[in-house]
Ligand binder design. Structure first.
Ligand SMILES: C[S@@+](CC[C@H](N)C(=O)[O-])C[C@H]1O[C@@H](n2cnc3c(N)ncnc32)[C@H](O)[C@@H]1O
Length: 188
């Protein structure tokens, strides 16, 4: 047995900012490493809806390819300001203190990390035109489920069911840890 790989330096800085801000709603490292790997397959503009204090953004930044650009929107100006500090001298990351919808005219995106409740809950119809063909949507924070239809807390998880059956996307649920999964939806 050996220790897992070190955190990328930019992710470490994002954790420091989160700690100073008292903010804990960041993506877990397993999801972050997946985001970094997916970012490394992308060119063009990657987006994140719901920056928090920039941990997910930092994971994307750690993987993004030469020429790739990341835009991220955070509704809470205090959090957006904290995240912006991480990327102050990085012209490949733009942090906006704004509702996610202000990023509409910056798309279509090659990757969209959908991590704010409102657009995530409104489903694929809201998102489909924001992603380029072959582009990837990543949705975080699911609990692994092997039944069909997927069930969460005793009810059919309609959101997950819709993404997994939407013919405009090819979607897979990936377990990143025994208690956590993400959806990866590739636009057809
Ligand atoms: C789960 S946290 C984001 C974590 C972050 N993506 C990470 O991995 O470190 C969700 C964030 O979405 C923000 N949010 C909620 N509604 C939003 C909206 N309409 N537009 C932009 N951000 C929003 C919240 O303020 C919160 O900070």
């Amino acid at each position: 047995m050996s220790a897992p790989p070190d955190l990328p330096e930019v992710v470490q800085r994002a954790f420091d900012v989160s700690r100073r801000s008292g903010y804990v709603s960041f993506c877990r490292n397993e999801t972050g490493r997946l985001l970094a790997a997916l970012a490394a397959t992308r060119t063009g503009t990657l987006a994140e809806f719901g920056t928090g204090t920039g941990v997910g953004t930092a994971w994307l930044r750690s993987g993004v390819r030469e020429g790739g650009h990341i835009v991220t929107a955070e509704l809470d100006p205090r959090l957006a300001k904290a995240a912006a500090r991480i990327f102050g001298d990085d012209d490949r990351v733009e942090v906006l203190a704004a509702d996610w919808s202000t990023l509409r005219d910056k798309g279509p995106f090659s990757l969209l990390f959908l991590d704010a409740r409102e657009p995530k809950d409104s489903g694929a119809d809201t998102i489909v035109d924001l992603v380029e063909p072959g582009g990837i949507v990543v949705l975080d924070d699911f609990t692994p489920c092997s039944s069909w239809p997927p069930v969460y807390e005793g009810r059919v998880d309609v959101l997950r069911e819709q993404w997994l059956t939407d013919e405009r996307f090819t979607t897979v649920e990936v377990m990143v840890a025994p208690d956590a999964s993400v959806l990866i939806a590739a636009k057809r």
